[in-house]
Write a protein that binds this ligand. Structure first.
Ligand code: FHN
Length: 430
């Protein structure tokens, strides 16, 4: 039997607490910090990087656990430089990093005591990269979220299997409750050994959506260890009690552009959307489908206009280096944010809902109109009352406005339009 009666009572108390979950003051402050900072770096890195074919390679190539384990001795990221990674994120204007501590292959990127399937014990590198990254984040003032896959293609107790990982060659059988204990023990390590953790980014529950994941127990554990840690899960459903933010994948909130998020519901928690620079999360040596810097900047702006953060992914190479195509785009985003960041950081979605031509953001008495895809001289907005002045941001030239019936017109001569984002700052006074 899994639990004695004391453990059962503790678990029940945890369940009741999470169902009536009231975030602490620290947690609410962390949510506000999260929304104010708007831009983060997602990092997908693990033993799969060795094959340069994305993080699903074990499943896609139908590799057994025994075959896949042969990758670990080849994973020796001698060029990994935590300080350089964190500095790169900062130079892009990113304010936090979300790192894959464990992806679906179950491989732990820290020296977990729960299994030898980890970077310290199973690779020639022998170093705890989560520790190196966490220390460097704390040193450079960047917050660290841990991505953690609930789905596990390696652990025999992840049973019954879900929709994926069917070729791993594991014997049928296994105790899912034991797996959940293992997962909680790993999370306890991450939340006790690495300083402040800004949040836990869960993924993979969609593999077995109807299993008893005992979310309340896990979420309560996290909040009891670090009350300010924000819990979110990429389950593509409405938020569950105990979650502190809601994420969308390759999809702006409520847009339903992806099949897996076709029924997602936008809740009232802080929002985040994540996407890739090319088409891959983990390193993919053949993927040359890079988005342009313009597209990436515009996505960040569209996310802000949708009241959401943007978590932009890189998949470092197996030696620990980051390919120049990613670096170049991140630097371009950072340069743009240096000039225009005030219209993104610290804002919330603005008074005009997102449109094809662009979005609005707001901060205090300022509204920023972002024209992302607009060729004409005059833009008609639903009427915005109380405009005291309008100017191009950040340059400052006055923008002519006119109130006509139910509309506010902005006149922006072609010469003043910016191919990436023409920003008009409206001062509403007060
Ligand atoms: O299967 C994963 C995928 O590998 C990647 O981690 C993305 C990131 O949002 N999430 C999952 C798919 O929903």
């Amino acid at each position: 039997m899994r639990m004695n009666s004391v453990a059962l009572l503790v678990a029940l108390a945890g369940a009741v607490q999470a169902q009536t979950y009231t975030p602490t003051a620290e947690n609410l402050a962390a949510r506000q910090w999260f929304e104010d900072n708007r831009f983060g770096m997602f990092i997908h890195w693990g033993v799969y990087s060795v094959l340069g074919d994305g993080e699903w390679v074990m499943n896609n190539r139908k590799m057994s656990v025994a075959e896949y384990e042969k990758l670990a001795p080849q994973f020796d990221p001698v060029k990994f430089n935590a300080a350089a990674w964190v500095a790169l994120a900062k130079s892009a204007g990113m304010r936090y990093i979300t790192f894959t501590t464990k992806h679906h292959d179950g491989f732990a990127m820290w020296g977990t005591k729960q299994s030898k399937w980890n970077i310290v014990d199973a690779t020639p590198y022998h170093k705890d990269v989560v520790k190196m990254l966490a220390d460097e984040c704390h040193r450079q003032g960047i917050k660290l979220f841990v991505y953690h896959s609930q789905l596990d293609w390696h652990n025999p107790d992840y049973f019954p299997l879900g929709q994926t990982g069917h070729s791993s060659g594991r014997p049928p059988g296994g105790d899912f409750n034991k797996y959940l204990d293992y997962m909680d023990a790993q999370l306890r390590e991450l939340l006790t050994g690495y300083g402040p953790i800004a949040g836990v980014w869960f993924d993979g529950m969609w593999d077995k959506p109807n299993a008893d994941w005992q979310l309340e127990r896990t979420y309560s554990l996290i909040h009891s260890l670090q009350p300010a840690a924000l819990v979110g899960s990429n389950h593509h459903r409405a938020p569950f009690p105990g979650e502190d933010f809601q994420m969308f994948e390759k999809d702006l909130p409520g847009q339903h552009t992806q099949e897996f998020s076709s029924t997602s519901v936008v809740g009232s928690l802080p929002l985040e959307t994540c996407d890739t620079i090319n088409r891959s999360w983990g390193y993919n040596s053949k993927d040359n489908h890079y988005k342009s810097s313009r597209e990436l900047i515009q996505y960040l702006v569209r996310a802000a206009g949708n009241d959401a953060n943007f978590l932009l992914n890189i998949g470092p190479r197996p030696d620990g280096t980051i390919q120049p195509e990613f670096v170049e785009r991140l630097h371009a985003m950072g340069a743009w944010l240096q000039n225009n960041g005030d219209s993104v950081y610290g804002t919330r979605g603005g008074p005009v809902t997102p449109r094809n031509w662009g979005v609005t953001t707001r901060k205090g008495n300022k509204v920023y109109v972002h024209l992302l895809d607009w060729q004409d001289e005059v833009l008609a907005l639903p009427k915005i009352d109380g405009i005291r002045s309008a100017r191009l941001f950040p340059a400052g030239a006055t923008v002519e406005t006119q109130q006509v019936g139910g509309a506010t017109l902005l006149r922006i001569p072609a010469a003043e339009r910016d191919p990436v984002d023409t920003i008009v700052e409206l001062d509403l006074g007060g």
